[in-house]
Design a protein around this ligand. Structure first.
Ligand code: HEC
Length: 162
């Protein structure tokens, strides 16, 4: 009897723990979606499909980035420092300037990056992990230029075979 009670208690706490962590993840992605709509959609469009010649689509590459260490760092770097100069994305050419969003908190940037990587680019289906606030924080001290971020992006693309 006592063992049964213990077992039931253990099951209950597991269910509660899982419920809480799943809830927090969903909340973060919801917050990320709102931040995206307010700050990013003007250039990248509401569903992240981008605009030819102006801003690249975010519907494929961010999920790929989120699955490697270098790619995850790249996502944080793009949000913190921006991105400048000639790039290609899905066979299309861009030569624009993505502004820096470093005035946003680590949590806000982690939320919006997780949203584009998991929801917009289908990373959730592919099992990519969300970007954490600590990962964003770890990139803050570098003070990269947007051109340096572009060079890091080239390396990540090469490593990912994109
Ligand atoms: C003023 C327009 C503008 C806004 C606002 C903007 N971006 Fe960008 N973004 C760009 C441009 C332009 C590029 C490509 C830069 C280049 O050509 O070098 C880019 C590139 C990117 C990339 C790299 C895509 C790739 O192919 O590697 C990511 C990721 C990204 N933006 C995320 C965001 C997020 C997240 C936000 C909101 C917090 C945001 N952007 C807001 C214009 C914008």
């Amino acid at each position: 009897m006592r063992t049964t009670t213990k077992y039931i208690k253990a099951c209950l706490s597991l269910v509660i723990a899982l419920g809480v962590s799943a809830g927090a993840g969903a909340q973060e992605l919801d917050a990320g979606k709102t931040i995206f709509a307010k700050n990013c959609a003007v250039c990248h469009q509401a569903s992240g499909q981008g605009q030819d010649g102006l801003a690249p689509a975010l519907t494929a590459y961010p999920a790929r980035y989120a699955s490697t260490e270098g790619g995850r760092a790249l996502l944080a770097n793009i949000a913190l420092y921006g991105l400048l100069g000639a790039i290609q994305n899905g066979g299309k050419q861009y030569n624009g300037s993505m502004p820096s969003f470093r005035t946003m908190s680590d949590e806000e940037l982690a939320g919006v990056l997780s949203y584009i990587a998991l929801d917009l680019s289908g990373g959730k289906a592919a099992g990519s992990q969300p970007i954490s606030a600590d990962e964003v924080k770890a990139r803050r001290a570098q003070n990269l230029t947007p051109t340096e971020v572009r060079h890091l992006r080239e390396q990540v693309l090469k490593d990912a075979g994109l």
